[in-house]
Design a protein around this ligand. Structure first.
Ligand code: 5AD
Ligand code: SF4
Length: 443
């Protein structure tokens, strides 16, 4: 008899990828995913602690499961991800109905941990860090979801940006062996995957300290038979190499999108954030990327109200937004995280200032995104169909090479296929297209 697992994922691409790995380890021991917590034998929250709000969401989600635990003794409740890693034992003390805390390096141990919980009735916190990269942590090719797959190529981060908790929750940076990654992607391609997204906190430093490089890995992935599209997240501006930029110029299969978090447009703030680049260096990289691939979509992350950010610093950020005209930005109010350098800086700004600046950034970005989307009407592009839309029958959604959502009416289900389309309408967050005979891969 199968067991059922309810899994909720918060946060970034690393958590998405970890959730997929968790599900494939669980599939091996006969678990089936369910959308209903009431039906589940195992409930897992894969958590995020990057901002205070993200952490609060986890605690309120956990609260909802308390009656289920007390109503049925056999249910196992587990917390994975960054909150698990940071809070460890303390989380077990704080939440008496919690059975298992699984740290970010312990996902592959899920089977034996569950056994101890169910057979020995232990309550366990497993949050050890493993410094060596261990291939057993990865599950080869079992996590393909139709035509697309996420592939973790590294873990951790050594950058210690002064505001960021990730180096503490995900440990030191370590890269997988390129041969193992290529083996995994080849197996995924044989199962029908045509688009892979290589994920890591900081993919551009892949292989640092070894003869391997991210550009080298990417080139090999682009050469795998059956792989039609390659994406990657997240890039650190200081580590973007000329070799990587050259790949954007020469490799059509490399999707025309880069997520390049700038965080601030002020040199003084960037320095206090310990980002390792100046505003001008960032702009120079954008220039090189656009020279290499004129239609490249550039998205970014921005933090408003970092400690000591003045009106003039904030103006620098707004000027940068005008100069670059990002296709989109993911912006957040600065949130002090325990243990980080920035949390103990004096000159923490009031909530109203952080929030008012956030509104200004988001409002302007919405306008720019809409303007860029409108300028795409009439263009021909290629879309990977991801599945049925929600609003109309025969409507499907997919993504362009630049990562824009496109809706389209199709004569039959083309999920998992790359189709040529003409963009006929544009909205703030999406495009509408129709099938076209013309082949093109521009955005
Ligand atoms: N406060 C606000 N935003 C943060 N980020 C990371 N740490 C913090 C923090 N303490 C944002 C950065 C990063 C994104 C994933 O989250 O912009 O790029
Ligand atoms: Fe955090 Fe900076 Fe590492 Fe990104 S590069 S995960 S912001 S420490």
């Amino acid at each position: 008899m199968p067991s059922y697992v309810f899994l909720e994922t918060f946060g970034c691409q690393m958590n998405d990828s970890d959730s997929k790995r968790l599900l494939s380890f669980l599939k091996n021991i006969n678990y089936i995913r369910t959308d209903s917590p009431e039906k589940a034998d195992l409930i897992i929250l894969n958590t995020c602690t990057i901002r205070e709000k993200a952490e609060h969401k986890v605690y309120s989600a956990l609260g909802k499961f308390k009656p289920l635990k007390y109503g049925s003794q056999h249910i196992i409740i587990a917390v994975a991800g960054c909150v698990a890693q940071q809070a460890g034992e303390a989380l077990l003390k704080k939440v008496p109905y919690l059975d298992l805390v699984i740290g970010t390096h312990n996902i592959h141990l899920i089977e034996q941990l569950l056994k101890r919980v169910s057979e020995k009735k232990e309550r366990i916190s497993a949050t050890g860090f493993f410094s060596e990269m261990n291939e057993a942590e990865y599950t080869v090719a079992s996590h393909a979801e139709g035509a697309r797959a996420l592939v973790s190529i590294m873990r951790g981060c050594d950058n210690f940006c002064s505001y960021c908790v990730v180096p503490f929750t995900r440990g030191r940076e370590a890269s997988r062996n390129p041969d193992d990654i290529l083996f995994e992607i080849t197996a995924l391609a044989k199962k029908g995957v045509i688009e892979v997204t290589l994920v890591g906190q900081n993919v551009n430093s892949f292989g640092r300290g070894t003869p391997n490089s991210f550009a080298g890995l990417l080139k090999s992935v682009l050469g795998i038979d059956g792989i039609e599209r390659v994406r990657f997240v997240t890039s650190h501006p200081k580590d973007i190499s000329r070799e990587l930029i050259a790949l954007f110029a020469g490799e059509g299969k490399l999707c025309a999108h880069i997520h390049l978090p700038v965080q601030s447009g002020s040199d003084a703030v960037l320095k206090r954030m310990k980002r390792g680049y100046t505003r001008q260096e960032y702009l120079d990289k954008i220039g090189l990327l656009r020279d290499a691939r004129p239609d490249i979509a550039i998205t970014t992350d921005i933090i408003t109200g970092f400690p000591g950010e003045t009106d003039a610093d904030f103006d620098d950020t707004m000027r940068l937004i005008e100069e670059v005209r990002f296709d989109n930005n993911f912006s957040f109010m600065y949130s002090p995280r325990p243990g980080t350098v920035a949390a103990s800086l004096e000159a923490q700004l009031p909530l109203e200032v952080k929030s008012q600046r956030l509104d200004v950034v988001q409002q302007r970005q919405r306008e720019i995104t809409e303007e860029i989307n409108l300028s795409l009407v009439g263009r021909h592009t290629q879309v990977l169909i991801e599945g049925p839309g929600k609003l109309q029958s025969f409507e499907y959604t997919g993504k362009t090479s630049c990562g824009r959502v496109l809706k389209i009416i199709l004569p039959f289900d083309m999920t998992g296929k790359l189709v040529d389309v003409e963009i006929i309408e544009a909205y703030r967050n999406s495009l509408r297209g129709e099938l076209s005979q013309r082949t093109s891969v521009c955005c």
